[in-house]
Write a protein that binds this ligand. Structure first.
Ligand SMILES: NC(=O)C1=CN([C@@H]2O[C@H](COP(=O)(O)OP(=O)(O)OC[C@H]3O[C@@H](n4cnc5c(N)ncnc54)[C@H](OP(=O)(O)O)[C@@H]3O)[C@@H](O)[C@H]2O)C=CC1
Ligand SMILES: O=C1CO[C@H](CO)[C@@H](O)[C@@H]1O
Length: 436
């Protein structure tokens, strides 16, 4: 029997030749989706995918049923479950693809299951919570041969595409140095640096055990402490400001300079951390192998967060020129480019840069699923990008020590102890199997 994946591919090919006939005859050639995570960014992802006229949401999952009104309105007939496994099991071959927009600690557990079932996946950034998981996600995507995309919508934005075009077109010459920074602080979002002493009663509608998932047991903390939103700065669930914004802000750096190799080493400095939350301000120095767009055989990229900013010394910016709150500064041999997050890039000394049109990131993934064409930022790209980001946070645990990295062996070669942070112990019943 023809399964839906083969059917969709056939329909996509046919629709190029005879769109009206195919659509008229076969309404079921839409991409049938489930949305996993229905509020916050989840709703934004679902809504964006639903605006593509070749999609239909056939099911939804959210651990808190009180936060599912919007998706119920979107398709009142679609089942809504708290456990994504139940949803995928029940719907079986009716599902072609999934959006995964849960907190970061659950991306790999959910994403790997989705891909093992042969479904295409759009997964929020960072791709995973730890380095080992990012490796598994990239491997499984290849093994299952599914269409993947990292939820880095700015990758397709006019401003980022324009900056990539300008740098690759030589507007600042070969690049010598990159600084990337983000205003967000660590504990700024959770307002806690240690666990609440008297946790509040959990809302009836929330399946706390499912929210915790792979993470160690702890009581529900109260609204926003962990769930929703506040999880970002807690080590068990998120990766602080670097994890939250690194994939966004370093994305144009990776894309423009065609960085496709792992960092060779990384070293962090910060304002202090405990065993629970990430630092309020962090700086990470990375050394990457050079590429065709860099001046030297190595490239230094420095990350700053929590309001820390780079010095503009050595760049082509006039003295006193301010920097945006978040963004990147590319220093080239003949000029510098400032790319705000999110804003129009500017080249120094003043030069016109050719504007490149933006694309719809969400629809691009849907089109990719329908045509079997992998977008440029699938998990083969998002995995290594996420790995680099998360390695910076391992460096934060060993403040001031330069860690050296062997990506093939997936090993920090000069500090045995640091390797423990490449992956985590999973809670009973929530193990993640390595992808063979
Ligand atoms: N690309 C971008 O611009 C942005 C990306 N993000 C990313 O999106 C993801 C979600 O972030 P955010 O929306 O702020 O976080 P939330 O805490 O609001 O979680 C998003 C949704 O996922 C639901 N959820 C949580 N755990 C599960 C689970 N195990 N199964 C199903 N649903 C679950 C939440 O449930 P509940 O209803 O109980 O809260 C909520 O509806 C993160 O990875 C984040 O990094 C976030 C913002 C912007
Ligand atoms: O772009 C974004 C906006 O802010 C959110 C909260 O810090 C981030 O998670 C997100 O990626």
């Amino acid at each position: 029997m023809l399964d839906r994946r083969t059917f969709l591919k056939t329909a996509a090919v046919a629709s190029v030749a005879a769109p009206a006939i195919v659509r008229g005859q076969n309404l079921n050639s839409k991409l049938q989706l489930v949305g996993i995570g229905c509020e916050g960014k989840g709703w934004s992802d679902i809504n964006a995918m639903a605006s593509h006229d070749q999609t239909a949401f056939v099911g939804f999952c959210d651990v808190d049923l009180s936060r599912t009104e919007k998706v119920r309105k979107l398709n009142p007939d679609a089942p809504v479950k708290q456990d994504f496994r139940e949803l995928l099991e029940d719907l079986g071959d009716k599902v072609d693809a999934a959006t995964v927009s849960t907190p970061d600690h659950m991306h790999a557990f959910i994403g790997l299951d989705v891909m093992r079932r042969g479904k295409h996946i759009y997964c929020q950034k960072p791709l995973t919570h730890n380095v080992w998981e990012a490796r598994q996600m990239a491997k499984q995507a290849k093994k299952s041969d599914v269409i993947t995309r990292l939820g880095n919508q700015i990758h397709s934005h006019e401003f980022y595409r324009t900056a990539v075009h300008a740098i690759q077109g030589g507007s600042i010459g070969k690049v010598n140095r990159v600084h990337s920074w983000c205003a967000a602080t660590g504990h700024g979002k959770s307002f806690h640096i240690s666990r609440p002493k008297a946790p509040e009663a959990k809302p009836e509608t929330l399946a706390w055990n499912l929210w915790l998932g792979v993470a160690p047991e702890r009581p529900y903390g109260g609204w926003n402490v962990y769930h929703p939103w506040g999880w970002r700065d807690w080590q068990d669930f998120g990766n602080g400001a670097l994890g939250d914004f690194g994939c966004h802000i370093l994305d144009p750096v990776f894309t423009a300079l065609k960085i496709d190799k792992a960092p060779m080493d990384f070293k962090a400095d910060h304002t202090g951390m405990n065993d629970e939350v990430w630092p309020a301000q962090t700086t990470v120095d990375y050394t990457f192998p050079g590429t065709e767009f860099t001046a030297g055989e190595q490239l230094q990229i420095t990350w700053y967060d929590g309001g820390r900013l780079p010095a503009t010394r050595g760049s082509h910016l006039p003295a006193g020129e301010g920097l945006p709150r978040s963004g990147s500064l590319f220093i080239g041999e003949k000029g510098s480019l400032v790319l705000p997050h999110v804003g129009a890039p500017k080249v120094y000394p003043d030069a016109k840069i050719e504007k490149v049109e933006g694309k719809d990131h969400y629809h691009g993934w849907v089109d990719g699923c329908l045509s079997a064409e992998q977008p440029s930022d699938g998990f083969a790209y998002g995995g290594p990008l996420t790995e680099a980001v998360l390695l910076g946070n391992i460096a934060a645990r060993y403040r001031g020590t330069k860690l050296t990295w062997d990506p093939e062996a997936m090993k920090i070669t000069n500090h045995e102890d640091a390797n423990q942070w490449l992956r985590r112990d999973y809670r009973d019943g929530w193990n993640i199997e390595a992808v063979s």
